[in-house]
Design a protein around this ligand. Structure first.
Ligand SMILES: Cc1cc2nc3c(=O)[nH]c(=O)nc-3n(C[C@H](O)[C@H](O)[C@H](O)COP(=O)(O)O)c2cc1C
Length: 229
């Protein structure tokens, strides 16, 4: 899509989604508007996101499919400046160490980590999605333990997508941020999380800043991406 992004209510978001779909897939009529309307948006107004709305998004997340009727997810809603800053800075410190170990120049590290901290602190709400072992099957061997954890991670992805779609329907801008996957201990410590909560994904949320544009979605080359047997 090109041009300024219209500021959504749910219907506008869905309508925009349909417009996106015409260029993104060529099959927009078959794709629900909400799926097309969800885009990663990283700029927000200063308006707070209501705690009750955040709870509704968490409930939507928890309606995702999960292995063995488990519910291995935990969600931390961060809206206070202190919590957002503690989380952002803890993850940035770890990222800086990783970049230094990669040989990245100190000034580049400083620039990138400062931008990351700024961006996370500017989001009115952050939702940290965590996994626990609760309800997961246990196995004596590493192969099946790894597979079981993989199942839980898959379900966390489904839960986060539910949250993103529910946020889109509520007229919120959102963006999934990968950082906690690279530093779960640091993220857990920063927010003083209960034992066993392992951070995996972060979502920035807020009202969309005016004037943003979405990157065009490349067409989906379905013939390359799908095999039929
Ligand atoms: C697992 C995962 C991790 C991501 N991590 C980041 C991230 O760290 N920073 C960011 O700006 N976007 C991140 N994204 C958003 C992607 O960049 C985005 O989904 C992709 O470019 C497609 O654009 P769209 O979401 O607007 O369709 C992530 C998405 C996923 C699914």
């Amino acid at each position: 899509m090109t041009g300024p992004a219209p500021r959504p209510g749910p219907q506008a978001a869905a309508d925009r989604g349909r417009a996106d779909g015409a260029t993104a897939t060529g099959t927009d009529a078959a794709i629900p508007g909400l799926i097309l309307a969800r885009r990663s948006r990283r700029a927000f107004t200063d308006d707070p996101v209501d705690a009750a709305l955040l709870d509704r998004l968490v409930i939507a997340a928890c309606l995702a499919p999960a292995p063995h009727h488990s519910r291995p997810w935990r969600f931390v809603t961060c809206t206070t400046p202190g919590a957002k800053r503690a989380l952002a800075e803890a993850m940035a410190r770890r990222w800086a160490q990783d970049l230094a170990a990669d040989g990245v120049a100190p000034e580049v590290i400083a620039r990138r980590t400062a931008a990351s901290v700024r961006r996370l602190r500017a989001a009115p709400a952050l939702v940290l999605a965590c996994l626990t072992d609760e309800g997961l099957d246990t196995y004596p061997d590493p192969r099946r333990r790894a597979a079981e954890w993989g199942l839980a991670l898959c379900s966390l992805g489904a839960a986060v997508q539910n949250l993103l779609l529910a946020a889109t329907a509520a007229g919120l801008a959102s963006c999934w941020v990968a950082a906690p996957m690279f530093c779960p201990e640091e993220a857990a410590t920063a927010l003083d999380l209960p034992d066993g909560w392992r951070p995996q994904a972060l979502v920035m949320l807020g009202r969309p800043a005016p004037g943003g544009t979405d990157r065009d979605r490349p067409p989906v080359p379905v013939e390359e991406l799908r095999a039929r047997r």
